[in-house]
Ligand binder design. Structure first.
Ligand code: ZN
Length: 370
């Protein structure tokens, strides 16, 4: 299926007369008829490869991949198919047909078509094995979470309650919102969006994006993409405030940006992280909770630096207890640790939201004790 069979063309064309390819331009040498058939080529040891290729294509729906390459549909056709300008030739009027359910494309202008692997071959002008390698690399981003995060980002500015919530939590910098790719899960629409991109319901359930009963798992939550997960903070006091998808929450937030800093501020929550960044503290990272996983702990101990623990000063003392025990463990590893004392009942977020400024926080850092 790396090349377009006549049967595929007919399925895609769906009754439209298939025009003879007109373009004999730069891509002509890539035309399917001149290539070896990739999947059936060496008959024999294939079934494993075949399965791996099948999985790869399942994990990278064609429409999502096209959109990530800036392709936009010009108009919808029947049965969910889409027509737009062809990314493979200099197209003047939309002649590129995409069927998201079959995960196939066909261009009436240049006469080329196939699946996502074939598209990568033609788009990057590489051979089949390199196209597969490129797609595997791209999948490394977890494409499903990438799609979900992108969808949530689009929702953020469409929902006044989400923007109002960010404002109320002191998040004002649109550059930072953009940079951190903060989004909003209104609930009740992610599932339809992802299924329209070709993801099977079962895949969405497995990822935890959709509940067993088929509803969007994140409802009325501000969403932050993490390394391999999505953190959702509920707007409603009635729901559990913090939520992650199944699986590890990942390492420290944006660790590669602070790894080289001689002094690093560690906070519990992403809302603490944002206000500190906004106030000009760029040497900040976040553990998303006051219990560090093994990966996060190893990151903190992987070099010489001073760590400022700016955990919550909550009334039940749990943040400070966690800070104390973490400080002890880090000190045993030879790490220089200081504990920052926030005013009672405050976390870094509320400190800034209720009028604290960068100079005052700097004084707290300077007063921090081992
Ligand atoms: Zn074309």
């Amino acid at each position: 299926m790396g090349t377009t069979s006549l049967a595929q063309r007919m399925v895609l064309a769906d009754g439209r007369t298939h025009r003879v390819p007109l373009s004999t331009g730069a891509h002509h040498h890539c035309l399917g008829s001149q290539r070896a058939l990739p999947y059936s080529a060496d008959r024999g040891k294939k079934s494993v490869n075949r399965q791996a290729l099948h999985d790869l294509k399942q994990q990278i729906p064609l429409l999502g991949y096209l959109q990530a390459h800036d392709w936009r549909a010009a108009r919808p056709l029947s049965r969910g198919r889409l027509m737009g300008l062809c990314p493979l030739h200099d197209d003047q009027k939309p002649s590129f047909l995409v069927d998201p359910h079959k995960n196939l494309f066909y261009c009436y202008g240049c006469g080329r078509g196939g699946d996502v692997i074939r598209f990568a071959e033609l788009y990057y002008q590489v051979r089949f094995p390199e196209a597969v390698a490129l797609l595997r690399q791209w999948r490394g981003l977890p494409p499903l979470l990438h799609e979900a995060a992108g969808f949530y980002r689009m929702q953020l500015h469409r929902h006044r309650e989400a923007v109002a919530y960010l404002y109320q939590r002191g998040i004002r910098s649109s550059e930072l919102i953009e940079h951190m790719q903060i989004g909003y899960a209104p609930g009740g629409c992610l599932r339809a969006w992802l299924m329209q991109l070709g993801y099977p319901l079962q895949t969405l359930r497995q990822a935890g994006l959709v509940t067993a009963s088929g509803y969007d798992a994140y409802l009325h939550r501000v969403v932050f993409p993490l390394d391999g997960n999505l953190y959702g903070r509920s707007l409603s006091a009635a729901a559990p405030p913090h939520r992650f998808l199944p699986g590890a929450k990942g390492g420290l937030y944006a660790w590669d940006q602070v790894q080289q800093c001689p002094e690093v501020i560690l906070v519990e929550g992403l809302f603490d992280y944002v206000v500190l960044r906004q106030a000009g503290f760029h040497n900040v990272t976040c553990s998303m909770g006051n219990h560090l996983n093994g990966h996060q702990y190893r990151q903190l101990t992987d070099g010489r630096r001073t760590i400022y623990l700016a955990f919550d000063a909550d009334t039940d003392g749990s943040g400070q207890q966690a800070a104390q025990s973490l400080a002890c463990r880090l000190r045993e590893q030879g790490v220089d640790v200081r504990r920052v004392s926030l005013p009672d009942g405050h976390d870094p977020n509320s400190f800034f939201v209720q009028g604290g400024d960068a100079r005052q926080f700097q004084s707290l850092l300077e007063a921090a004790r081992p």
